[in-house]
Design a protein around this ligand. Structure first.
Ligand SMILES: Cc1cc2nc3c(=O)[nH]c(=O)nc-3n(C[C@H](O)[C@H](O)[C@H](O)COP(=O)(O)OP(=O)(O)OC[C@H]3O[C@@H](n4cnc5c(N)ncnc54)[C@H](O)[C@@H]3O)c2cc1C
Length: 391
């Protein structure tokens, strides 16, 4: 196909699908956005949005709505979970904006999805079909009869992925995330109100940050070396609760005691799945973005950011006038797979460093102690300072 598509169908109105719909429609391409949920309701937990993603949201005019409600943390800190000693701290706030050219924020996923949905609602050229489940096994002509291109933004359990030869597969990562949200007024005293704190320890870590717009603190505990629970995003059962409590039982008494008490209350757990390396584009009319293409564990806090980058770059490729659409989509796939692979590697490194035991843990603490924070920040320039094509 050589010409610029007139009409595109997107499956899934999560972060990837909404961002892609907005970016494509702003380039004059008509979009049908299909979402199986009846309403875009609150799903998920807190998110950290790094400058590589907020720069794109700025270009799409979504950032002002977020900035008026989100928190721009003063710093991201790595804290030893046994001693509560801060191992290192990377400055965010104004320093992030100076260094990476866009802000770093924390917010609830529903806040981001809501702001994107509002922008989509104001944008001409997008038709949002709620309560519409698309069967990706249908032949293209029946699946989206009027569309020149079908975009699978249908998440980690993507049905469209199963229709693309050579695509990756979803597999349990061995880690489970436990989410606890507590009102700001009831936050434990070891949580700093203005920073993202990653408490690290053997086989587990705990990330805590305020969600200003929700008046709450988001805590996500990630425990590795587990077998998969039977359900996704489910209330933790008794066995999962004791797994969590056991994983933190030898941490600093303030954390261990708090987890032991909270572990009795309402607690959600997510078994973390990743999608292995594989094709995103079928060479014809179907392409994947976001978690559908490359779901990854949240060790680099980049899943939503990669979904946003994918969406923006796909719109750039689709709307370009150079070469054929097939070539442009192949180029998109190649470039994005390189970038995502590097981010995935960074997540694997973080997992190794955060959950380290014994001598590795000892060496980690020395390295963090000796490395100036500015050097650690410089090591993130390729990630946070990234400028997607067209920006
Ligand atoms: C504990 C945890 C912490 C995280 N922290 C961060 C973080 O700090 N920073 C960050 O950037 N990322 C983070 N992430 C990752 C991030 O949440 C995801 O990568 C991101 O939300 C994926 O967006 P998506 O649009 O690709 O998929 P999804 O949000 O899963 O959206 C897919 C949509 O497709 C719809 N759908 C599926 N099938 C069909 C169908 N057949 N027809 C119609 N609709 C369909 C679904 O209903 C859904 O709305 C975290 C993830 C977890 C689990």
């Amino acid at each position: 196909m050589t010409r610029r598509p007139q009409q595109v169908a997107i499956i899934g109105a999560g972060i990837a699908g909404l961002t892609a719909a907005l970016a494509l429609a702003r380039k004059g391409i008509a979009v049908d956005l299909h979402e199986r949920a009846e309403a875009l309701r609150e799903v998920g937990a807190g998110l950290q949005l790094s400058p590589n993603a907020s720069r794109i949201l700025d270009a799409l005019d979504v950032l002002p709505a977020l900035r008026s409600v989100w928190l721009e943390p003063r710093a991201v800190a790595l804290v030893d979970g046994k001693s509560l000693r801060t191992l290192t701290e990377i400055a965010c706030g104004a320093a992030a904006e100076r260094r990476w050219g866009a802000p770093y924020g924390t917010l609830h996923r529903a806040t981001l999805q809501g702001a994107l949905a509002d922008a989509v609602g104001r944008q001409s050229g997008v038709t949002l079909h709620l309560g519409t489940t698309i069967d990706p096994a249908l032949p293209s002509k029946d699946l989206a009869p009027n569309a020149d291109l079908v975009i699978g933004a249908d998440g980690v359990w993507s049905g469209l992925r199963g229709e693309i030869a050579g695509a990756g597969r979803a597999a349990f990562s061995g880690s489970v995330a436990f989410r606890i949200t507590v009102p700001m007024t009831a936050a434990p005293r070891w949580i700093h109100e203005e920073r993202v704190s990653a408490f690290v320890g053997p086989g587990a870590h705990l990330v805590a940050y305020p969600l200003r717009e929700a008046g709450a603190v988001n805590l996500v505990a990630i425990v590795s070396g587990l077998s998969a629970p039977s359900r996704w995003d489910s209330a933790a059962d008794a066995a999962m609760r004791s797994t969590l409590i056991r994983a933190f039982s030898r941490w600093h008494p303030d954390i261990a005691g708090w987890i032991a008490a909270e572990g009795q209350g309402s607690l959600l757990c997510w078994p973390l799945y990743g999608v292995s390396e594989g094709r995103w584009f079928d060479g014809e009319r179907r392409v994947l973005i976001g978690d559908a293409a490359h779901a990854m564990t949240p060790f680099a806090a980049q899943g939503a950011a990669m979904a946003i980058e994918d969406a923006w770059e796909l719109a750039e490729a689709v709307a370009s006038d150079s070469g054929t659409l097939t070539d442009r989509l192949s180029g998109f796939e190649t470039a994005r797979r390189v970038r995502v692979a590097r981010v995935r590697d960074r997540g694997a490194f973080n997992s190794f460093a955060y959950h380290a035991r014994g001598p590795v843990r000892f060496a980690r603490d020395i390295v963090f102690g000796l490395t100036p924070p500015a050097r650690l920040a410089a090591g993130l320039d390729w990630l946070y300072g990234y400028r997607a094509p067209g920006l």
